[in-house]
Design a protein around this ligand. Structure first.
Ligand code: GLU
Length: 450
């Protein structure tokens, strides 16, 4: 048998994806981002080409799309679309969050699910990759409407998940409130208290300490590791952060705890600049408790101001943490950040930096951490939650945070070493993709053609 070259193989697989999914731009972007870095890995592993590993990896094992009818507070019946993409289970049961946001469609869920395979592999926690969600928009809905929606969503999802099959969690628009409603309905339908079927539960009934904080804290730990390797640190440095959900809030909190100063936060209406450093308690009250607009933060905080146009990337800083959503940091933003002296960028969100912007950062010698490495702390802590549920145990905050910190150090070491091994030391995109791919590919190879 004569095998194609790695380059030709990657091209052929990419073309197949394009042909099968022409209307899925986010998914295609995520596939490109990974496949474009794998040439040196495939050159070492013709067995991966022969076994069709890439061909299989880009095709989800299973994709579910379902109707979610629910009744709003006025008595009107509304319908949303629900998704669960079970992408790859070579390393363990499917694991990944649910996103409730009007922008959710199959392309978005597939890009997130594809990323999740590699992210989860990097955590070394033996979890496969999946993702789900709905185009339901929880903002502006009453708690009762959110509950009825979650109950309807779970009435279908219950058939497809389980602690050994598929374990959903939160993502944008899905937090402790939604996980609570989803779990309640799962328990009612199945008549089983299967704690490990969802993660991100309330800490009083099976949730892990530090799960809420883990993605944001983990992204800062990763940024710190990159800076320490380069002989630098976080102390005394300015950071710009986008977003104001869990990831952004706890990234800001950890930056301040490590002696840095995070000076921005944002939502879809604009951003705030607070040169004294963001007051995390006020941010949590405004965004977390009151579910109000970020402009409200500036209204209540002397010295802070609200900006309705542009983005946080217009504010010069040494550290940048995109923690909002996909493709929020463009080439133009990257140029501005580089001109403003940025040293390190770590993705708290999934795929927030466009491919062109990533290239500009790398060319300028900026330390750049892709989300599948930098934001792996969230799902890693979800896996720790699953372990605690299985063992019917509960770890305290200190133990939970120190395990998270260790995992992020290990993810950094694994990605850095892979970047060295494949010839581009410090290219964390190459490092994360190659380290994760080899782990998943090897497991697929050993498990046969399935
Ligand atoms: N949605 C999060 C992510 O992007 C967490 C998933 C999980 O905890 O399962 O990794």
């Amino acid at each position: 048998m004569s095998l194609p070259t790695p380059e030709a193989h990657i091209r052929a697989v990419t073309e197949t994806v394009q042909h099968r999914s022409p209307a899925e731009p986010e998914f295609l972007q995520a596939v490109h981002e990974v496949l474009d870095t794998l040439t040196p890995v495939l050159a070492e592993h013709p067995d991966f080409i022969e076994a069709g590993i890439l061909d299989r990896l880009v095709e989800p094992e299973r994709q579910l799309i379902f109707r979610v009818p629910w009744t709003d507070d006025t008595g009107l019946v509304r319908v949303n679309r629900g998704f669960r993409v079970q992408f790859n289970s070579a390393l363990g049961p499917y694991k990944g969050g649910l996103r409730f946001h009007p922008s959710v469609n199959l392309s978005v869920v597939k890009f997130l699910g594809f990323e999740q395979i590699f992210k989860n592999a990097l955590t070394s926690q033996r979890i496969g990759g999946g993702k789900g969600g709905s185009d339901f928009d929880p903002s502006g809905k009453s708690d009762a409407e959110v509950m009825r929606f979650c109950q309807s969503f779970m009435t279908e999802l219950v058939h497809h998940i389980g602690e050994h099959t598929d374990i959903p969690a939160g993502d944008i628009g899905v937090g402790a409130r939604e996980i609570g409603f989803l779990f309640g309905q799962y328990r009612r339908i199945t008549q089983r208290y299967e704690a490990g079927v969802l993660t991100g539960k309330g800490v009083g009934w099976g949730g892990a300490e530090v799960r809420t904080e883990a993605t944001g804290y983990g992204a800062v730990f990763f940024a710190e590791e990159m800076l320490l390797r380069a002989g630098e640190g976080i102390e005394g440095r300015r950071a710009v952060v986008s977003g104001s959900g869990n990831v952004a809030t706890y990234a800001i909190e950890k930056i301040q705890q490590l002696g840095g100063k995070a000076i921005t936060a944002s939502d879809s209406g604009g951003y705030v600049v607070d040169e004294q450093g963001i007051d995390v308690d006020l941010l949590k009250r405004v965004k977390g408790v009151e579910r109000a607009r970020i402009s409200e933060y500036a209204a209540r905080r002397p010295g802070a101001h609200f900006v309705a146009t542009g983005s946080v990337w217009d504010v010069p800083a040494e550290i940048a943490l995109p923690c909002a959503t996909q493709n929020e940091l463009t080439e133009e933003h990257a140029r501005t950040l580089i001109a403003g002296g940025v040293r390190a960028v770590a993705e708290g969100a999934n795929m927030p930096t466009t491919p062109g912007a990533v290239e500009l950062f790398q060319q300028a010698g900026v330390l750049f951490a892709p989300g599948k490495a930098a934001n792996a702390g969230g799902v890693a802590t979800s896996a720790l939650e699953m372990s605690q549920n299985a063992a019917r145990s509960r770890w305290d905050r200190d133990k939970s945070e120190s395990r998270l910190h260790d995992i992020m150090r290990d993810v950094h070491t694994a990605t850095y070493e892979a970047s060295e091994r494949y010839g581009r030391p410090g290219d964390y995109v190459l490092g994360a993709n190659s380290a994760a791919f080899v782990t998943v590919a090897q497991a697929m190879l050993e498990q046969g053609v399935i």
